[in-house]
Design a protein around this ligand. Structure first.
Ligand SMILES: [Zn+2]
Length: 321
């Protein structure tokens, strides 16, 4: 047994009325909310009302910005190894390429020269320094130069297919995720054509880029600026590809040589192109890889290089081509 609450009839009725009113009000609010949500397709009503045309354009640009920039090789050059291209009669175009970067100071100095001279070049980057200095490569892409793959570790040794695949794909992944670019160009470290890397690059339809003019700047004795200028200019040919280095050690002599190389080649009537531009205006050279082997003395003796200034903990690649 329990005691009845001493509640009069009129008080009970008042309480019931109050509860009824509260329930009805709550139901009405929920009803309005459900109705409005359905009318606007379950979207956030406030957001929809606030969105203007400018916002939609900005949103569209954000989507577009996520589409990677692709340096696509023309069909005749897919799965081929080349050292130069054959240009139409009278055309004097040459491609400047820089290997083993990105590298503090040197790459930036070369970028400054290329900007001043309004020349576009191609940079064969290595994954390891790219991890340390992504900002330098972002500047390179933003300046309109092309990015190409030069493996992750710069190994010369013969490697299993899976290792070769990783050496190339890991750097491609870094280029895509870090710089939002895709490349179809590959250069094997040391110009070694037989260690598995070129086979894999061909499997993925990349063009393997050797060179027709070697600046000689990968020589551990580090040739002088004057020597680099003389070597490049003397080997320049229409449709040619010039090999220089912006990373893998101190290449300030190369950075200092670039303005004079551009000046002297211009005086001879040359203009400059990225690899894609050069390939698009040329045809496959009948000499192909045979000449590339001749032009690519792969030095097996590799001296360890000093760490780059401000380098992070990553091990940096050995010096060389
Ligand atoms: Zn190299």
């Amino acid at each position: 047994m329990y005691k009845k609450t001493p509640l009069s009839n009129s008080s009970t009725q008042k309480l019931l009325k109050f509860i009824g009113l509260a329930v009805a009000s709550l139901a009405a609010v929920i009803g309005i909310f459900i109705g409005a949500t359905q009318m606007f397709g379950n979207s956030n009503i406030e957001t929809l009302a606030q969105l203007g045309v400018g916002d939609l354009i900005a949103a569209n640009q954000k989507v577009l910005a996520k589409v990677p920039l692709e340096y696509a090789n023309p069909a005749p050059f897919r799965a081929k190894t080349i050292r130069d291209v054959v240009l139409p009669e009278g055309k004097k175009v040459i491609a400047l390429t820089f290997d083993d970067g990105p590298w503090p100071q040197t790459t930036e100095n070369i970028l400054a020269t290329l900007k001043k001279e309004n020349v576009k070049a191609t940079f064969f980057v290595i994954g390891q320094p790219l991890k340390s200095f992504p900002e330098i490569s972002k500047k390179t892409v933003a300046a309109g130069h092309e990015m190409a793959n030069h493996t992750e570790h710069h190994w010369y040794k013969a490697m299993h297919g899976i290792v070769a695949q990783r050496e190339i794909e890991d750097t491609n992944k870094m280029l895509l995720e870090g710089l939002n670019v895709k490349t179809t160009y590959f250069r094997p470290p040391g110009g070694v054509l037989t260690n598995g890397l070129v086979d894999y690059a061909h499997q993925r339809n990349d063009t393997v880029l050797m060179w027709s003019a070697d600046s000689g700047d990968s020589n551990p004795r580090r040739p002088s600026t004057e020597s680099i200028i003389k070597t490049v200019v003397s080997q320049a040919t229409p449709g040619g590809i010039v090999l220089m280095h912006d990373g893998g050690g101190n290449h300030e002599n190369t950075a200092k040589a670039v303005p004079e190389i551009i000046r002297q080649l211009r005086a001879q009537g040359y203009t400059f192109a990225t690899i894609t531009e050069l390939l698009e205006m040329g045809t496959l050279s009948p000499e192909g890889v045979t000449s590339a082997k001749k032009a690519a003395p792969a030095k097996k003796t590799v001296k360890p290089i000093p760490a780059a200034p401000a380098a992070k903990a990553n091990k940096l690649p050995a010096t060389g081509t």
